[in-house]
Design a binder for this molecule. Structure first.
Ligand code: F6P
Length: 327
């Protein structure tokens, strides 16, 4: 369907929640695809807060030039308490109508999706794009930013391995992931971590301490333990290990927001580009209140309601593999 036949003539795009690498590539895809299909496209600055502040401006081909390689988001992001209220949502929908905007593309995580779902209940056509490093969104294999953040963690672990092996130490690396251990898992598999602590799998610190002790006895020169923030604090794990085996003097590195920065990988840029274009096409076709994702290489559309109400399945087989290969 072309924009001429579609009820959607003018769309807007915003980024919301924690930023992620590749959000800019997604904004670029939305803007350029929207214009290509004959729509007017606006940007909204600072997420839902910017919507309520009417921080809305027209975007053209040049406004998204030179951003595909940049981390962060040119549209900036914010968390907005007012938008969590019904009054806030009604106000947001009224502002969009006032500007003649009949479709909104929201790039963000779970909370951002909930906002889009609420706006659709106020009569606005919405589409969600999964933009978060955590990879914690259901009905998509990957989220935009996840691949880059895993690369950041692996790069840090490569460096830590150099110094940890010189000093024959255990390195504890705390990574992001409040409810989802995917960053820890994928970085752990890629870096050969000896232990991976995630919120989805119960663990016993005594057993982990025994394993670290055993590793050194068997000739390992150093060990890496990755801790997803949702599984606990790296400092607490270090303390427990040291209590069990005083000769173990683990060093803790909290990677923090470093994981959200840096140039997006080609994989994240391409995912963002495919999903951005897909979201625009689906809005034109009359779809609304949907989340865009990719499953086994196929672009898929799922009700936002369904996405926000289901928990992403953890890949236990890959988890077992990572631990087996790191013995
Ligand atoms: O949701 C993405 C995320 O990076 C989480 O992994 C992390 O817990 C959180 O955002 C940090 O948020 P803030 O930007 O508020 O510190």
């Amino acid at each position: 369907m072309s924009a001429v036949e579609s009820a959607v003539k003018k769309i807007a795009v915003l980024t919301s929640g924690g930023d992620s690498q590749g959000m800019n590539a997604a904004v670029r895809a939305v803007v350029r695809s929207g214009l290509y299909y004959g729509l007017e496209v606006c940007g909204i600055q600072r997420g839902y807060q910017g919507l309520l502040n009417e921080d809305i401006f027209p975007m053209d081909l040049r406004s998204v030039g030179d951003i595909i390689q940049r981390g962060g988001t040119i549209l900036q992001s914010a968390r907005c308490k007012e938008f969590m209220t019904l009054e806030g949502q009604q106000k947001g929908a009224d502002i969009l109508r006032k500007h003649g905007i009949d479709g909104l593309i929201v790039i963000g995580g779970d909370g951002s999706y909930q906002g889009a779902n609420k706006l659709s209940k106020q009569g606005i056509n919405t589409m969600g794009l999964p933009g978060t490093i955590d990879n914690d969104i259901s009905f998509t294999d990957y989220t935009i930013g996840f691949d880059t953040s895993v690369g950041v963690v692996v790069d840090a672990i490569n460096k830590l391995r150099d110094t940890m092996s010189s000093h024959e130490r255990v390195s504890i690396v705390e990574v992001m992931g409040r409810h989802c251990g995917d960053i820890a898992l994928h970085a752990g598999l890629a870096s050969g971590a000896e232990s991976i602590l995630v919120p989805e799998v119960p663990f016993d610190l005594k057993e982990i301490a025994d394993r670290m002790h055993h590793n050194f006895a068997c000739g390992k020169r150093h060990s890496i333990i990755i801790v997803a923030e949702g599984a606990g604090r790296g400092e607490d794990v270090a303390e427990q290990l040291h209590l069990q085996y005083p000769n173990l003097e683990p060093r803790v590195t909290v990677l923090g927001h470093i994981q959200r920065g840096g140039t997006p990988t080609p994989r994240d840029r391409n995912l963002a580009s495919l999903l951005g274009d897909f979201a625009v096409r689906k809005l034109i076709e009359g779809e609304s209140d949907k989340a865009c994702g990719v499953i086994k290489g196929e672009l898929v559309l799922t009700d936002i309601d369904k996405v926000v109400n289901s928990k992403k399945e953890f890949d236990h087989a890959t988890y077992e593999l990572a631990l087996r290969l790191s013995q």
